[in-house]
Ligand binder design. Structure first.
Ligand code: T5A
Ligand code: NA
Length: 209
């Protein structure tokens, strides 16, 4: 069997450029002959995802714990497909994951320990890029302020929570730079990870275990 794919994750505050960069990375990898696929959380297309979308677009209210568990369930329901793709050699570029789950809910004053618990045992990312932008700069980007969490004070707290969740698999990227520059920086780092994985493949890991 060939090498499994890598799990590359983008995290960051709202409007930091995650969707822009993850989309570009998938395109560039495919063009360079690396089979890659984009995965986005929340996945708003499933039954659980639709409930999350209604909450984020402020059509419904939910208890903070309840919405937290829905975000987690939305990841668990994707695990079979993620494992299948990785094992078949597809590199997954993932736009948000359990770190967003923990950072946002903890910023709303739920305990970080409680927030991490439902996501323990998910497939772990191999490499995480944190797109770092000050919320005041993010607020100047198109579309900001439409969804529930897009308020500067909350985003500042979310950013601080992200920093407590980082380990050596994370790289902080200055996300105020232009999109082309960020893309080439990330592409260089991802190529290095792919080469390393080719020489010395790592097994699929489990998150927070
Ligand atoms: N959430 C999520 C939880 O509370 N718990 C969870 O478990 C999860 C998974 C929705 C919300 O859900 C919360 C977090 C969020 O508040 P989402 O669906 O990922 O999450 O949100 P979106 O609205 O899709 O995405 P974001 O607001 O996070 O934006 P992105 O993806 O970071 O930014 P992007 O790429 O769409 O860019 C935003 C704008 O900026 C421009 C783009 O063209 C776009 O107009 N832009 C740049 N401009 C200048 N310079 C650059 N370098 C730029 N890069 C992009
Ligand atoms: Na996005």
């Amino acid at each position: 069997m060939g090498r499994r794919g890598l799990f590359i994750l983008f995290e960051g505050c709202d409007r930091s450029g995650k969707t822009t960069q993850s989309t570009r990375l998938v395109e560039a990898l495919n063009e360079s002959g690396v089979k890659a696929k984009l995965v986005k959380f929340p996945d708003r297309t499933t039954a659980i995802g639709k409930m999350i979308d209604e909450y984020l677009t402020q059509q419904t209210q939910l208890d903070d714990h309840a919405i937290h568990l829905l975000f987690s369930a939305n990841r668990w329901e994707a695990m079979d497909q993620i494992r299948t793709d990785l094992e078949s050699g597809t590199t997954l570029v993932v736009d948000r994951y359990a770190f967003s789950g923990a950072a946002f809910s903890a910023a709303k004053r739920l305990s970080l320990k409680w927030c991490k618990a439902p996501d323990v045992g998910l497939i772990a990312p191999d490499r995480v890029f944190f797109l770092d932008i000050h919320p005041d700069d993010a607020a100047k980007r198109p579309g900001y302020g439409e969804e529930r969490y897009e308020k500067s004070q909350l985003q500042l707290e979310v950013r601080a929570k992200f920093f407590t969740l980082m380990d050596k698999s994370w790289t902080v990227i200055d996300a105020i730079k232009d999109a082309d520059q960020i893309h080439s920086q990330i592409m260089t780092l991802v190529k290095r990870s792919l080469d390393r994985h080719e020489e010395d493949p790592a097994p699929i890991g489990k998150l927070w275990t």
